[in-house]
Design a protein around this ligand. Structure first.
Ligand SMILES: Cc1cc2nc3c(=O)[nH]c(=O)nc-3n(C[C@H](O)[C@H](O)[C@H](O)COP(=O)(O)OP(=O)(O)OC[C@H]3O[C@@H](n4cnc5c(N)ncnc54)[C@H](O)[C@@H]3O)c2cc1C
Length: 432
């Protein structure tokens, strides 16, 4: 394995980006969406499907945020599992939340398949693996809960896991049968094109600098809208909104050369899975449709870094070393690598809420997962147009945190988020 690749500042799939359309004229629309990641594009789709005139404003290009840098696991379990939800809230609500997230997952699938999105769709089960006996017990519990809800899942012990993953070092695992993989950047581009063909105006290189009641300010035009959906994730504090409640976490992605059949069989003796493990800062890998291994993870020192750490080779080496330890015989060369930041809250649950003063403005942030970002985007339309409120309480901001208020001011945002995230994982008894 090659540990000395040149760090690339380009995300592999950005290279074919087309010329953007900037907004230069004032306008009025029914709905203005800010942010061209999966949440913003899905919100634009949800409102457009209700015959609303929608315009979306993206500061760079669609997919340039967390969405286009990700590893493309579309699985209901992202930062929080069904077991975590059932520790956070009552049983009935946790099941409702799980269905809510699965609706987001199915929306991504139906968009991809119904409209023939060319975004590397691969129908691979999600495989959650245990790094020790203790975490295997939690995985068994999660499997039981998932199966009871009627979702497809398989449980593997230590012996069985080594027949589906070419490593002797995992202790077992479970599958989330309805998961699949996509290239998230290409998904954004395909959804963007689909929306444009259906009458949604999408303006790139058009940052929104201010939101005031029904008015958005951009560098070259002023926009008014009946509803404003703010889907900027970790950038929300830059708009002076919920500054103390949104921060970010950093992960690194490595993409290998195209693998041959022998290399693939060495990792996945039966068939490819999308795998993540039970470590506190978890490692994950999957095979893309074009047969590259996408490997991801993070490290404690850079997890809460202020900015993307492009030249932090130690982070990439940690992930490569992990993979090498787990699959010592797989001789894989990595060709691309990049860092990415995604928005998080203090308790790892998303924030979705109307503005306290202007209820026609709706914020979605800290989704920390593609299905949930999509589900919240669909919910924003139901909330604003139909008055749906059943999920409001769970996603409302100002929840109870271990470190908040004055203590957060004293400790600083970075330390407060790190401690809150760690403590919530301990309290939930998460797998990590
Ligand atoms: C390395 C990495 C790997 C990941 N892997 C996975 C995975 O495998 N599976 C999974 O479910 N999740 C994964 N995630 C998390 C997931 O990508 C995010 O939770 C999700 O994409 C967030 O979507 P979003 O639309 O809310 O945010 P973003 O994609 O960040 O979109 C926000 C957009 O808003 C724009 N914007 C910001 N400010 C303004 C402004 N003022 N005006 C106009 N536009 C603005 C930004 O440019 C950006 O494009 C990963 C994240 C990273 C970083």
């Amino acid at each position: 394995m090659n540990n000395h690749i040149q760090p690339s500042k380009q995300v592999l799939w950005y290279l074919q980006n087309k010329k953007p359309l900037k907004c230069t004229q004032d306008m009025h629309v029914d709905v203005a969406v800010i942010g061209g990641g999966i949440a913003g594009l899905s919100a634009a789709q949800a409102f457009a499907s209700r015959n609303k005139k929608v315009a979306l404003f993206e500061q760079h290009f669609c997919g340039s945020g967390a969405t286009g840098k990700g590893s493309g696991f579309v699985t209901p379990n992202s930062e929080l599992s069904l077991s975590d939800f059932s520790h956070q809230t009552d049983n009935e609500k946790s099941q409702e939340l799980w269905k809510f997230i699965n609706n987001g997952l199915e929306k991504i699938r139906t968009n991809t398949l119904d409209y023939n999105f060319d975004c590397g769709y691969t129908s691979q089960g999600g495989l959650f693996v245990a790094n020790c006996d203790r975490t295997l017990k939690n995985i068994q519990e999660e499997h039981k809960k998932i199966s009871m809800l009627g979702y497809e899942s398989q449980l593997f012990g230590k012996k069985e896991i080594s027949s589906i993953l070419g490593s002797q070092l995992y202790f077992g695992g479970m599958t989330y049968g309805n998961s699949f993989g996509i290239n998230t950047y290409e998904y954004c581009k395909s959804l963007q094109q689909h929306l444009e063909q259906n009458g949604v105006s999408i303006f790139e290189e058009t940052p929104v600098t201010q939101i005031n009641d029904h008015t958005l300010t951009t560098p070259h035009a002023t926009i008014t809208a009946d509803y404003i959906i703010v889907c900027v994730d970790k950038f929300l504090p830059e708009l002076a909104v919920m500054e103390d409640q949104i921060y970010h976490a950093q992960n690194f992605i490595l993409v290998s050369e195209q693998l041959n059949d022998d290399q693939i069989k060495m990792i996945f003796p039966e068939k490819p899975y999308m795998v993540w493990d039970s470590q506190l800062i978890y490692n994950y890998f999957r095979l893309s449709k074009d047969r590259r291994l996408i490997l991801g993870g993070g490290d404690m020192f850079s997890l809460y870094a202020k900015e993307e750490s492009h030249n932090y080779q130690r982070g990439y080496n940690k992930i490569i070393n992990y993979f090498q330890k787990m699959f010592p015989k797989a001789n894989i060369q990595f060709e691309y690598q990049w860092p990415g930041l995604f928005g998080i809250s203090k308790d790892l649950a998303p924030i979705a809420t109307p503005d306290s003063k202007y209820p026609h403005i709706y914020y979605i942030a800290a989704s920390a997962g593609l299905p949930i970002a999509t589900a919240l985007a669909m919910y924003s339309a139901e909330h604003l147009l139909d008055g749906k409120k059943d999920m409001d309480a769970y996603f409302a901001p100002k929840r109870k945190y271990f470190i908040d208020g004055i203590l957060q001011k004293i400790l600083g945002k970075k330390i407060s988020f790190a401690v809150n995230n760690l403590l919530i994982q301990k309290t939930l008894g998460c797998f990590k």
